[in-house]
Structures are given as structure tokens and as C-alpha cells.
Design a protein around this ligand. Structure first.
Ligand code: GLY
Ligand code: MN
Ligand code: MN
Length: 439
């Protein structure tokens, strides 16, 4: 079956007696007559596969005929000549498998009919003021219609509570798309490694990454690429990418493409001149061991907490070994002294969003157990900020290694395994074929 019909049917079954209103994204103005590149709302896309703006999906399990209804833009020859083709109301039922389709302009008039008799309305209130006014007006109208029957919408709840648990477990189709996002991201990182040499600018490496993504069929990056030379690697969300790469420093690249709206999120760190110094190698070896120890914990029944603890333990041990921390392993972990060097979590869900839908802890504050079909990043790092009071030789070194890992029935599959990560593989590829067009 059409995967989107299957997802809608599963959601309809889980909201019996209720109703959901799920809007598409709207275009966002950039400046005079120009818009930011359109990116569909992830949940709307998950349930429809429809990539146009200005649409609303209504799921009404109790409706006698139309349980799954799409409001969308009508066909309009003049607008289509300027801005491109539209699916249109007439074709929506057949193409998208919804029960009915109406022009978006009829939403106000038709919505009350779908809300009558529903207890909970799943709608993301507060995300869009203009849309909220229409939905609340429809709710008031539905109340007037149903007063005599005594049942009306009593609660508005976030659709995330019902959709996010579905989005957390990826289907085989989604995993296939994420594999292709991982493959194209790998091409970008490898091309960037091959081209790297001292005196290039960070933005030139960014251009190489993004050329490969676009050339491979991705419409954009999944988030702003971090291309951080030298000390910039110790700024966690550095993304200005304007500085020159200096001989003897490391380059940290955190970048992934978005393929058919699915993200990849990969970090590799390599020496600008192709050879790790002794200090860089010492830090890199610890982060690599933490990355591998974390990935080994990605198994059904374990949790994000298990792999964070494995990464923290490995990093703390390593920092003690090289003299950046003093004292016992347990004491450094208990007092969280490692946080001077490793101050972020070890991973997050990955899917349609780079920080994907899904909870990390349940209502009792227990970590959510990993299950087959979940995809998580594993991304430990060590950042020796220049203002720390520590051994000067390590200052300014920042290393992170981030992979995208699928939980399988009997363990895991690292979707980004093929992207060079071991020191010998990195040293063999960096600078091997400088990109001819950059001088
Ligand atoms: N690139 C964002 C992250 O690693 O979470
Ligand atoms: Mn990342
Ligand atoms: Mn990440």
C-alpha cells in the first residue's frame, strides 16, 4: 500500500473519537519578491508525501465518508506560469489517496463539520497565529452545531503526542532514503577531504560539500554546515565558515545533506595538511574510541543513556591518560569534570528532522529503550578551548566524530560507516586530489 495511506490509517486508528488538523508549511518571505527555499512541514510530509505549501490535512476518524481530507491550492494557469505546476484539487484524491479534496479557500466553511463530535483536537496551537484564528473559529462553530448533542472538542493537544512515536520507528522506505542521504553525504565529505590543504578558506570546503550534495540529487543540506578550522572547532555551533585553514591545525566538518526531506548528520575531523600531530592524534584516538564504544551500545533494549555513558567513560579515561584531567575515573565522572572538554549529549534521533521527532524519556523519566527501526546519531567530541587552564600543547584542538546508526533486530547498522574515520584512512585521503577549481 501507498506508505502515506498506511501511515494515515494507523494514525486514524490511534485517534478514534478525536480529530487532527495538520497544516503544510507556508512560504517564508526573504526580501522583495523573494522567498526562502520552501521546506515542507515534516509531519505533514510524513502523512501525505505532498510537497506543496498552503495545504491542510484533516483526519477525522468518525466522519461517515471522509476520514482523510486535504485542503489545497487550486490550479491556476496564471500562477502556474509564474511559479510552477500545482497538483490541484481534481487530482489530489487519485494522486495522494485521500478520501476527499477541497480548495483551501473552503477550509473555514467546511472545518466545523469535521470537528463536530470530536473530543480532542490534535492541532499545533501557537505555531501560526493566523491559522490558529481559523481553527478556533471553526471549533466555536462546531460547538454551536453540537451543543444539542452534548459532545464537542474539549481539549486541544499537540499532534506530536500521537505522530512522533510513529516517526521514531523508520519504515524500510524511510531507511532506504536515509541510506541514500548517508551515501551522498559521504561523497561530500570525501571530496572535501581530498581537496583540503593549507590556505584554502572554510567556505571553499563548504562549497565542495554542497556541490556533491546537489550533484547527487539532494535539494539542500539538512542544517547549516559547520566547517571549522583550528580553534573554531571548539565553538560547537560555528557556522560562519569564513576563515582560512592554517597548516598544522585540524578541520572539523559537521555537515549532511537532506534527501527527499530526510536528513543525514555527519562529523569528521581531519588535519589540514594531511598528517596528525602527536597531540591531535592523542585527542583523536580518544574520540574515535568513544565513538566506537557508543556505537557498540546501540542495540535493542539499551538506550541513549547507555551510549552516552559509554562515551563519557571512554573520554574521561582518555583525558586522564593524557593528563588533561587528574584524579580517579569514578570521581571525574561523578563530578562531571569531563564537561570542561565534552559538554554536549552523545546523540539524538535522526529522520525527517535533523533533531528528529520522538521523546528521549518516558513519563516516569526512564530512558526510552532502543527499538529496531530507530535511527540515532552517535557524536562524542573533545574540545580544548583556548581559555581553559590546562596543558598548552592541547589548546585549540577540537575533534568530533558523528555517525548515523540504525537500530536493527540484533544490534545496529552504521549508515555512515563508509566515510573515512580511522587515522590511516584519513591520512591517505586528505589532500590526495586537490580540487582543480580552487586556488
Ligand atoms: N549538526 C547538528 C548536530 O550534530 O546535532
Ligand atoms: Mn552534526
Ligand atoms: Mn548531530
Amino acid at each position: 500500500m501507498h506508505p502515506y495511506i498506511d501511515r494515515r490509517n494507523r494514525l486514524l486508528a490511534s485517534i478514534a473519537g478525536d480529530v487532527a488538523i495538520l497544516p503544510a508549511a507556508r512560504p517564508v518571505a526573504r526580501n522583495g519578491d523573494s522567498e526562502y527555499e520552501f521546506r515542507q512541514n515534516s509531519t505533514f510530509y510524513y502523512l501525505t508525501g505532498f510537497d506543496e505549501p498552503d495545504a491542510v490535512l484533516v483526519l477525522a476518524p468518525e466522519h461517515p465518508r471522509h476520514r482523510s481530507v486535504l485542503f489545497l491550492r487550486t490550479r491556476d494557469r496564471a500562477m502556474e506560469i509564474w511559479n510552477g505546476k500545482r497538483l490541484g484539487v481534481e487530482r489530489a484524491v487519485e494522486h495522494l489517496g485521500v478520501d476527499a479534496a477541497y480548495p483551501l479557500s473552503e477550509l473555514d466553511e467546511r472545518l466545523p463539520e469535521f470537528l463536530c463530535g470530536a473530543r480532542t483536537l490534535y492541532y499545533d496551537i501557537g505555531a501560526d497565529d493566523a491559522r490558529d484564528r481559523h481553527v478556533l473559529a471553526a471549533r466555536a462553530n462546531a460547538e454551536a452545531l453540537t451543543r444539542r448533542r452534548g459532545r464537542t472538542v474539549s481539549t486541544i493537544a499537540s499532534p506530536a503526542t500521537v505522530v512522533d512515536p510513529m516517526r521514531l520507528i523508520k519504515s524500510p522506505e524511510e531507511i532506504a532514503t536515509m541510506r541514500s542521504a548517508a551515501r551522498i553525504t559521504g561523497r561530500g565529505h570525501e571530496a572535501a577531504m581530498r581537496a583540503t590543504r593549507p590556505s584554502l578558506y572554510e567556505y571553499q570546503i563548504e562549497a565542495i560539500l554542497e556541490f556533491e550534495y546537489r550533484y547527487g540529487g539532494a535539494r539542500s543540506t539538512a542544517y547549516e554546515s559547520i566547517v571549522a578550522g583550528g580553534e573554531n572547532a571548539t565553538i560547537l555551533h560555528y557556522s560562519t565558515n569564513r576563515e582560512r585553514l592554517l597548516d598544522g591545525t585540524l578541520l572539523l566538518v559537521d555537515s549532511g545533506c537532506e534527501m527527499d526531506n530526510y536528513a543525514s548528520d555527519v562529523t569528521r575531523t581531519w588535519p589540514v595538511n594531511g598528517r596528525f600531530s602527536a597531540e591531535q592524534r592523542a585527542i583523536y584516538d580518544i574520540v574515535l574510541a568513544a565513538n566506537e564504544a557508543g556505537i557498540a551500545q546501540v542495540q535493542p533494549g539499551r538506550s541513549q543513556r547507555a551510549f552516552h555513558e559509554a562515551a563519557v567513560r571512554t573520554i574521561t579515561e582518555g583525558l586522564i591518560d593524557i593528563g588533561l584531567l587528574a584524579g580517579s575515573l569514578d570521581e571525574n565522572i561523578e563530578r562531571e569534570r569531563y564537561r570542561d572538554y565534552y559538554m554536549h549529549g552523545s546523540g539524538h534521533w535522526l529522520g525527517l528532522d535533523v533533531h528528529d521527532a520522538g521523546r528521549y524519556r518516558d513519563d516516569e523519566d526512564r530512558p526510552i529503550p532502543l527499538q529496531p527501526g530507530m535511527v540515532t546519531t552517535v557524536e562524542p567530541g573533545i574540545y580544548v578551548h583556548a581559555d581553559l587552564n590546562c596543558d598548552e600543547r592541547f589548546k585549540g584542538i577540537g575533534v568530533r566524530l558523528e555517525d548515523n546508526v540504525l537500530v536493527t533486530q540484533d544490534g545496529n547498522e552504521n549508515l555512515t560507516e563508509a566515510i573515512p574515520k580511522r587515522i590511516d584512512a584519513i591520512e591517505a585521503i586528505v589532500g590526495s586530489t586537490p580540487c582543480a577549481s580552487v586556488s
